[in-house]
Structures are given as C-alpha cells and as structure tokens.
Design a protein around this ligand. Structure first.
Ligand code: NAP
Length: 312
C-alpha cells in the first residue's frame, strides 16, 4: 500500500469542501493571512452548483450558469493564493489540541477544521431506483437531460431543484411530469411561475412514486394518489429524482452534535459543539440553503476561526 503523504505543516485551518461555502472561506482565509488548505473531494471545485444550469438568485450575476459561477469563486480564491489538494476525508480527530484530518491520500494537521462538505442527493428507496440508476434514473437533470430530447420524463419532488429540473427538461423533452406528494410546491414562487407557463409540463399533485420499471432502460413509472390510494402507471423514458439532500457529515459524526437528519448543529457564527471545529454551508443546521447563504457562512466561519485562533 502507498504511504500516505504527511507533511509537518500545522495549518491554521483545513477547509473540508470546495463548494460556495468552502471557496468563500478560502477567500476570507487568504485575506486574513491564515495558513489555510482546502481539501476538495473532486478535482472540480463548486460542489452541487456545478450541476445547476441557471442560477438566478446570486446578486450581481443574473441567470449565470452554476458551473461558471463556481469557476469564478475558484479563480477568486486562487488569485488570492489559496492552496488546494484533492483528497477524500476518511476521519477527523483531535490529538493533543491539534486536529488530524486523515484522507485517502494524505494526513493533514491543523489548529481548526471547517466542515464545508455540503450534501448529496437523497434517494427514493423504491423498487427499480437502483436497478435503473444511469439507465433512465438520474439525480442530475443538467448532466443527463440531453438524453431525453423529444422524449418523456418525470421529475419527483416539489422543491427548488425539482422545479428547476422540470423547467430545464421542458426545453428539450416532449413532455415532463412533475410528481409531487402534496398540493403545494415548496419551490421559490418565481420558479413556480416559470413552471406554470410551460405548456409541456403537467404537475401530478398528491402523488407518490411506488416503482420504476422497464426492460433495458426505464419504461414506466408507477405511482399512487396520497388521498384516494388510486394507483397509476405512466409511460416515461426517464425519472429525475429531486427529493432533497442529505448532509455529508459522516467524517464528523461523534465529534460534534448533529440534528436527527445529520446536519452539524451550528449557528450563524458556524461554531459547533467541538472546540476548533466549525461548519459552513449545506452541512450545518440553517433555515435557508442557498449559494448566497453558503458563501455568507464561509465568511462568518473564518471570522469565528480567527477569534478562536487568538485564544490559543
Ligand atoms: P428540498 O427543498 O428539501 O425539497 C425536496 C422536495 O422533495 C420537497 O418538495 C419534498 O416534499 C419532496 N420529497 C422529499 N422526500 C420525498 C419522498 N420520499 N418522496 C417524494 N417526494 C419527496 O430539496 P431540494 O429541492 O433538493 O433543495 C435543497 C436545498 O437547496 C434547498 O434548501 C433549496 O432551497 C436549495 N437550493 C438553492 C438553489 C439556489 O440557491 N439557487 C437552487 C436549488 C436548490 P415536501 O415539499 O412535501 O416536503
């Protein structure tokens, strides 16, 4: 087995994650002249937003593509001298007052850790979902939407992502069904307005998916009405699952307090219950998970980290 790289450097902060929270933190850390290292799981920075076709609520950049916005964040951090490594974090622990972050490739020592690992797509857990994953079941409309040109797709969910996905897919699909379990969408009103204007989108209210079926690829979606229990099956070529996110907080489990869904408990100051561990962006408990609020967390976290470092 290859030896893990261990350098003797003790960083002021290791920023785990390079989505909007981690990249904003990298900018603030550079400006604060902290000795910082960003650990990113994938070579491509940006987190969830790199799969967003259009971002229309980040001030100053109306309608910008998510990937382009992520690149701007990244370039800004690099321009200020931020350092990045690509690694996947396995564990985080504190030894003699110093945090030891162990990844697949290296071991990193630091006075503080900023957990900014974000979140990943939640699954439906229904028959056919795993079996047809990549064969008609997708969690990313912007990645896979082009395969459904002139075909029929169903989007499951009623949040911002589901509605954004349905709007995006309607540009290329013959027909898009939005399958939502309630009679009211959770998504932002401006997105709902866009959706309602599209002639090839049909919203199936109070419906829950039961099974995804097909032969080689997806052919049918079985679903039922939450009120009457009536069952339906519609012919679809693709099913896009957009039922929310689960925090990527596993590496921090048992170190700091989490809520019942696994989000690291921290206020706007991003301070967790473990001294020296901070949480920013989608991984922390917060009322509004947006690019803007994630970036704001990055700034607040570094301010809290500076204060903490001054006490050591
Ligand atoms: P979300 O807001 O949690 O919405 C998830 C949707 O899926 C809800 O409508 C929920 O129904 C439904 N759902 C959950 N479990 C289900 C199940 N088992 N079966 C059927 N339906 C199910 O998640 P999201 O849309 O992925 O968004 C995640 C976060 O990112 C949100 O905070 C969102 O605001 C944010 N976001 C921000 C931007 C931006 O800043 N531009 C863009 C996209 C997303 P109920 O409504 O009944 O609970």
């Amino acid at each position: 087995m290859m030896e893990k790289m261990l350098n003797d450097m003790i960083y002021d902060v290791v920023i785990a994650g390079s989505g909007p929270a981690g990249l904003a933190a990298a900018v603030y850390a550079q400006r604060a002249e902290l000795n910082a290292l960003v650990i990113e799981k994938n070579y491509m920075s940006g987190g969830q937003i790199i799969n967003t076709y259009e971002v229309d609520n980040y001030p100053g950049f109306p309608g910008i593509n998510g990937f382009d916005l992520a690149m701007k964040f990244h370039e800004h951090a690099v321009k200020l001298g931020a350092r990045f490594v690509t690694d996947e974090i396995d564990s985080v622990k504190k030894e003699g007052g110093i945090w030891v972050v162990t990844g697949k490739n290296g071991i990193y020592k630091t006075r503080t850790v900023l957990a900014a690992c974000g979140a990943h797509h939640r699954k439906l857990g229904i028959p056919g979902e795993e079996e047809f994953s990549g064969k008609g079941v997708s969690y990313c409309a912007t990645c896979d939407g082009a395969f459904y040109r002139d075909r029929t797709a169903a989007v499951i969910g009623g949040g911002d992502v589901a509605v954004e996905d349905a709007v995006f897919l309607a540009r290329m699909c013959k027909k898009v069904y939005l399958v939502h379990r309630r009679d009211e969408l959770r998504a932002a009103k401006s997105l709902q307005k866009k959706l309602m204007e599209l002639p090839n989108v049909e919203i199936l209210w109070n419906k829950v998916p039961d099974e995804i079926a097909g032969s080689e690829t997806v052919e049918k979606l079985y679903f039922s009405d939450t009120k009457s229990g009536e069952q339906f099956d519609y012919d679809v070529d693709g099913v896009f699952v957009a039922v929310g996110i689960t925090p990527d907080s596993q590496a921090f489990a048992g170190i700091a307090e989490t809520d019942e869904q696994g989000y690291l408990i921290a206020g706007e100051d991003c301070v967790t219950s473990a001294a020296g561990l901070f949480a920013a962006g989608d991984i922390r408990t917060k009322p509004l998970r947006q690019i803007l609020t994630a970036a704001a967390d990055g700034a607040n976290a570094i301010t809290s980290i500076e204060k903490y470092l001054n006490t050591l």
